[in-house]
Design a protein around this ligand. Structure first.
Ligand SMILES: Cc1cc2nc3c(=O)[nH]c(=O)nc-3n(C[C@H](O)[C@H](O)[C@H](O)COP(=O)(O)OP(=O)(O)OC[C@H]3O[C@@H](n4cnc5c(N)ncnc54)[C@H](O)[C@@H]3O)c2cc1C
Length: 408
């Protein structure tokens, strides 16, 4: 096997999942994470289709299931709080839903004793040559690795350093979103409530067995200029965007100040002409973010990590063969997930009163409509739109090298 040492930037979903599989296949991964520890808390993320198969192959499916949010139906209300439509749980929660922080903890626990983690650090430079990549860190000095993988999210540091400015690859979908933890003041019992006015969606869902809730906001907007590290400025933007919206919105917004976590960002996708450049590659949101509206970001991260490690191992570690094979297997899946992300926006954040009425009527009548099954079948079809080789079986049988794999 060649290219044994692999540096991964980012310890959220894609990073630890990739480290898990690389270690399983005989590599020596190191993960560098900017945060001082695995980031707890956060919003709910869901799994659909192939990603569940990967979790099962990791032996982690039961652990993840044990943390399921078990969110039931969600109700749309009008600004006076009157229910106007109800949606099945699978629309918001997929086949299995957990809080992102719980998933990160499970992935970290599954790797922490076998994988080197460098917290509170970040890559500053990458210089690759024929035989490896020289890496310098903010705090850990300089080291050399065989390969470097960016699993550092929508605003990937590795992508910026190795592939160029984010502006070349980011495609805004025309929305901003925010999520933060609030008290479950509505007493929601494993359920969610949302209100819409044209171009704006606000809501809340209970979490951690109803002991807390998440406030979730989406609004349409032209690209905004703001400092990504200035939470107060972002909070002003959100509060201004929802000024005058009724129902429980003012109360949810009043929870910003006391919230232990805060997330605000554009709803964007990443489209790369190539996922890899020499010995450096990208996985998860860093390489092909489909946006939160796709409901597929976590699945993409888990599946992408498995396929990257598997294709590399199947090529005997040869990145010249393994990285393009990873990209080829992922492309169709990424395209389908990104299409779903783009198409979902108008349904989740209707832009006009007329479309809002049509949407609500559709949801109300859905049980009687001929296309009622589509609402479950379409996301499942997307979730399953990738064929997953059983790299794990190959690996336990001794990692056969594919014909043509060259040693470097
Ligand atoms: C509000 C919201 C709701 C969502 N809902 C869903 C959902 O229902 N279903 C779903 O599938 N997905 C959902 N997603 C998307 C999902 O969270 C992401 O797609 C998924 O987390 C991607 O994982 P990742 O590991 O690629 O990147 P991320 O989770 O973004 O992690 C990137 C990691 O890299 C670290 N990092 C960043 N910069 C550096 C640096 N310079 N050096 C070192 N480390 C760095 C970060 O701290 C972080 O730990 C949602 C996202 C949001 C924001």
């Amino acid at each position: 096997m060649t290219n044994k040492t692999v540096l991964i930037s980012g310890a959220s979903v894609a990073g630890p999942a990739l480290a898990f599989w690389l270690e399983r296949f005989g590599y020596t991964p190191t993960v560098v994470e900017r945060a001082p520890e695995p980031r707890p808390g956060g919003y709910a993320v869901d799994f659909r289709g192939a990603s569940l198969k990967v979790l099962e192959r990791m032996g982690l499916l039961d652990q993840v299931r044990a943390k399921a949010t078990e969110l039931g139906e969600m109700t749309y209300v009008n600004e006076a709080g009157k229910p106007v439509a109800v949606m099945k749980s699978t629309v918001l929660s997929g086949e299995l839903e957990v809080l992102r922080g719980d998933l990160v903890e499970i992935l970290y626990d599954a790797t922490r004793t076998k994988v080197e983690y460098l917290f509170d650090d970040s890559i500053t430079t990458l210089r690759q040559d024929e035989t490896g990549v020289d890496v310098s860190f903010e705090r850990s000095g300089s080291r050399r690795f065989d390969l470097v993988i960016g699993a550092d999210g929508l605003h990937s540091n590795v992508r910026r350093i190795a592939f160029g400015p984010e502006s070349q690859y980011i495609h805004d979908l025309g929305y901003y979103n925010s999520v933060f933890t609030v008290p479950n003041h509505l007493g929601l019992d494993h359920t969610a409530r949302f209100v819409n006015v044209p171009g704006k969606t606000a809501g809340t869902y209970s979490a951690r067995d109803n002991t807390e809730a998440k406030a979730l906001f989406y609004f349409t907007s032209e690209p905004l200029k703001y400092d990504r590290h200035d939470a107060a400025a972002q909070q002003r933007i959100l509060t201004d965007a929802f000024a005058g919206v009724g129902w429980e919105v003012p109360r949810l917004l009043s929870g910003i100040a006391g919230s232990p976590d805060w997330y605000f960002d554009s709803v964007s996708q990443i489209k790369m002409p190539s996922y890899s450049i020499g010995r450096i590659s990208l996985v998860g949101d860093a390489g092909y973010c489909a946006s939160p509206l796709s409901g597929m970001g976590t699945s993409l991260a888990i599946v992408g990590a498995y396929v990257l490690a598997g294709e590399l191992a199947a090529a005997g570690g040869d990145h010249v063969l393994g990285l393009p094979a990873y990209e080829e297997r992922m492309r169709g899946f990424v395209k389908a997930c990104q299409k779903q992300g783009k198409d979902s926006g108008q349904w989740f954040v209707p832009g006009s009163k007329a479309f809002l009425r049509i949407r609500n009527l559709n949801f109300k009548l859905l049980p009687y409509l001929p296309w009622r099954k589509l609402i479950d079948e379409l996301p499942l079809k997307v979730g399953n739109s990738i064929e997953l080789p059983d790299y794990a079986i190959n690996a336990s049988a001794g990692l056969p090298q594919q014909p043509g794999a060259q040693q470097r």
